[in-house]
Structure formats: C-alpha cells, structure tokens
Design a protein around this ligand. Structure first.
Ligand code: UD1
Ligand code: MG
Length: 449
C-alpha cells in the first residue's frame, strides 16, 4: 500500500512573494498541482498534504480534489517536523510513504514509478532520488558509497568545505518504509544551522538507505527563488514544444513561443514566432497561428489563421481568418469561413458562416446570420449604462461604414444600413435603413476671407 505526502507548509521566504511558494504558477499550473500530478499514476491509497503557511489559501486552491487529506503543521519547523505531523494520521498504516517536496515540480511519473520499484526490490528503509549537478549550490549533499548505499545527507549550509565539493545532491523525494520511519521520526534533533528538524537526518538514523540517480537532472530542479522558477518554466516549455514538434506541429522559432499543458494541436499546424497558448486550447489541423498571437482557452477548427491577434474563450470555425490586430473575447463563436480583420473586437456573439467584419468594429452581444458584411467602423451599442442588450442582424445584411446599432435591435434578412447611421429601431427584411442628417450644400459659399 502506498501513501503520498507532499510537503507544502513552508513560506518560501526566498521567493519574496505574498503568494505561498507552492501556489506559484508554472506553465499555467501551480507548483503543488504539478507535484500532485506527478504521482497520480502510482494510484496512492492516501494523499496527504502538509500545509502551514497560508494553509487556507493552499487548501482553497485545491478545493476540486476531495481525495486530499490536509495535515496542519504549525509552526513550520523544518521538513522533519512536517513529516512528524503524519505520525497521527498515518498511525497503523502499513506500507510505503512517498514524500514529495512541494517545490520540486518537474518530476516525471515514470521516475517515481522507478523509484517505488527500486525501493520495493531492495528492502531498504528508504530510497531517495539524487542527481549529479555541475553546480550543487543550495542542495543537501548525499554521502554515498559506490554501491549506492547512503550514510547521510548534509544540508549545504551545514557542509564542511570538503563536503561542499560533493556534487551528488538530494532531490527531496523519498520512498520510506513508513513503520521504520515512524520509529526514528521522534528522534530528530535541531542541532543544525537553521535550528530546524530535518527530514534528511532520518537517513542516518535509519541506517538502511539507498539512492537512485535520475538520468535527467532537470527533473529534480527545486524552486526556492524566482530565478529557479524561470529556469523550471524554461525546462517545461522546452518539453512541451518538443512533444508537439514530434506530433507534427511546426514551430518557426520555438524558443519565442510558450505553451500550456492543456493545449492540443492537430497535424500540420504552423506556429509562427511570438505566439503564446494559455489554459486549454484545441487547435485544428492545418491552422496557422502567429506571428504575435495569444490564444487563451480557444477552440479553432481546421485551416484557421490567426495573425497578430488575441483569441480568448472563443470558438472559431473552419477556415476562418482572424487578424491582423483582432480580439475575440469570451463567448464568441464564429462559424466557418468568417473573416475578422484589423482592429475588430468581438464579444459574446455568434457569427454564422461567411460573415465579414474587416475593419475597426465592436460587435458585442450580437447574433449575425450567414454572410453578413459588417462595414468598417460598425459598432453595436450594447450597453445602456445598466444592462447589456442584444443585436440581431439577419443573414445577407450589410451595415455601412460607421453605423451605430443601438441595442436592443433586430435587423431582418437582407437589410442595408446606410453609412454613418445611428439605428435605434428594428428594420424589416430587405429594407434600407438610414439614420443620419441629410447632406446640405450651399452654393457659392464665400469661404474664409
Ligand atoms: C530540501 C532538503 C535538501 C534538498 C532540497 C531539494 C531538507 C532539510 N533539505 O531543502 O536536502 O536538496 O530540499 O529541493 O529537507 N516545508 C514544510 N514545512 C517546513 C519546511 C519546509 O512543509 O517546516 C516544505 C516546503 O514548503 C517545501 C519543502 O518542504 O515544499 C522543502 O522545503 P525547503 O525549505 O524548500 O527545503 P530546501 O532548503 O530546498
Ligand atoms: Mg526547496
């Protein structure tokens, strides 16, 4: 039987942030979400989260996961003290305890599976993950022999100059035999530089420890400050881009683009420079995104182009062309073959197939039938200062340049709106609507003196 404990009670002083460290975001997910995700394949019987600093905020962020058990550590007196808090909730538990640091977010599921297998096969009291780093500064150093047996872990700040030259480091990920750990936990002492109880000291107390070195040292990057946060972001972004390139996506300038875990691409998508994907996106086959675009919870059909534009919470049908410089906001749905161009903003609106809004418009809370041509500068005046109202435009209608459509308003099919009109009353199918001052011409006007 397996229990997992994630240590997430620390303040993260070195982040210099109001946010608890484990809630810092990395490619769209918090550190603690990523750590929890890394162990789901192991199907743990229990999942405990040790919380302390801003515990309520951490718990609230995970409210959608009822399987988590919270264990409060107050005050936070070190990683050993954190695990001591499990003595009560795990009393009588028989099996392994996998301890994960809440600030080590890049672990692969396979690595943890491997760790567990190795631990079960060896019969050691603890198996810990290690890595060899060119620059081990800040990490606990692992004192091990050639057979992989570990005698102690010494924190960076407690190391002798000689120990500091050891480049085998503790990743902060351990698989313990819980019953044996429970026996030594009460024996921890705080006679170290920080005056804290260190979980790492259990290794020497247990007297039966081995380590497993990870092949890819990037996996065990711990995050203690903003520099390490940005380094982990870079690792994650590189993983995501490589994955999608292998799946048939072209990135013209990969390093200039960022992705989220929730973004899915079809085949033969081309992502041009400076394009960014956040939240969950579905990008259909043959789309061309960028340069310079932001997609945030967007759903694109096939063959869509998005050029220098923002698509946020919108659905875009096959072969639509967006941009340059368009913004599609939440609740927007475009059917196939629509064209949205320069400086056009669309919000909470449905455009049926083949609509065109090519220049300088705001379309908000509107429903457009098929093939509507929205003239340059057409604005739906949807807000009366208190309420939002809808505008309906029947299929095949055309609005002239600089029309203002004051909602609530309904235009029938095949309506023409004259340029410069302010339309406040419904218009029947097939009619021409004009709402503007008639042009006056005075002959032989003397002009300026
Ligand atoms: C720890 C290890 C170090 C290892 C490194 C890997 C110890 C003593 N040291 O150091 O050997 O190389 O991780 O990244 O364990 N936490 C609590 N309660 C506390 C203190 C910390 O829950 O009282 C949590 C933190 O929220 C964090 C994790 O434990 O998620 C690690 O704490 P941190 O202070 O970052 O330890 P490191 O100095 O990085
Ligand atoms: Mg740390």
């Amino acid at each position: 039987m397996l229990a997992v404990a994630v240590l997430a009670a620390g303040k993260g002083t070195r982040m210099k942030s109001d946010l608890p460290k484990v809630l810092q975001p990395l490619a769209g997910a918090t550190l603690v979400e990523r750590v929890l995700a890394s162990c789901q394949r192991l199907d743990p019987a229990r999942q405990l989260l040790v919380v302390g600093h801003q515990a309520e905020r951490v718990q609230a962020s995970l409210a959608a996961r009822p399987e988590l058990e919270y264990v409060l550590q107050q005050p936070q007196n070190g990683t050993g003290h954190a695990v001591q808090q499990l003595l009560e909730p795990l009393a009588g538990f028989a099996g392994e305890l996998l301890v994960l640091n809440g600030d080590v977010p890049l672990l692969r599921e396979q690595t943890l599976e491997h760790l567990l297998e190795r631990h079960r096969a060896s019969g050691a009291a603890v198996t810990l993950l290690t890595a060899r780093l060119a620059d081990p500064t800040g990490y606990g150093r692992v004192i091990a022999d050639d057979t992989g047996t570990v005698s102690a872990i010494v924190e960076h700040r407690d190391c002798t100059p000689e120990q500091r030259t050891i480049n085998l480091i503790n990743a902060g990920i351990y698989c313990f035999d819980w019953a044996r750990l429970a026996e030594v936990l009460p024996k921890l002492r705080s006679d170290n530089d920080q005056g804290e109880l260190y979980l790492t000291d259990t290794v020497a107390l247990l007297g039966s420890a081995i380590h497993l070195e990870v092949a890819d040292a990037d996996e065990i990057n711990g995050i203690n400050d903003r520099l390490q946060l940005s380094q982990c972001e870079a690792v994650l972004q590189q993983r995501l881009r490589e994955h999608w390139m292998r799946e048939g996506v072209t990135f013209v300038d990969p390093a200039s683009c960022s992705l989220s875990d929730g973004t899915r691409f079809g085949r033969d998508v081309i992502v041009e420079p400076q394009s960014h994907f956040r939240g969950s996106n579905q990008i259909g086959d043959g789309c061309r995104i960028g340069p310079g675009s932001l997609l945030d919870n967007a759903q694109l059909g096939t063959g869509v182009t998005v050029l220098f534009s923002v698509v946020n919470g919108a659905q875009v049908g096959d072969r639509c062309a967006i941009g340059p410089y368009s913004q599609l906001r939440p609740g927007t749905r475009l059917e196939a073959d629509c064209r949205v161009g320069n400086f056009v903003e669309i919000k909470n609106s449905h455009l049926d197939a083949g609509c065109k809004a090519n220049h300088l418009s705001y379309i908000g809370d509107a429903d457009l039938g098929q093939g509507v041509n929205v003239g340059a500068g057409t604005i739906t005046a949807n807000y009366d200062g208190v309420h939002k109202h809808r505008t309906l435009i029947g299929s095949g209608s055309k609005t002239g340049a600089n029309s203002t459509l004051v909602a609530p308003l309904s235009l029938g099919t095949g309506v023409t709106v004259g340029a410069g009109s302010v339309i406040t009353q419904d218009v029947a199918a097939g009619a021409l609507a004009l709402g503007r001052a008639r042009q006056v011409v005075k002959e032989n006007w003397p002009g300026p003196a």
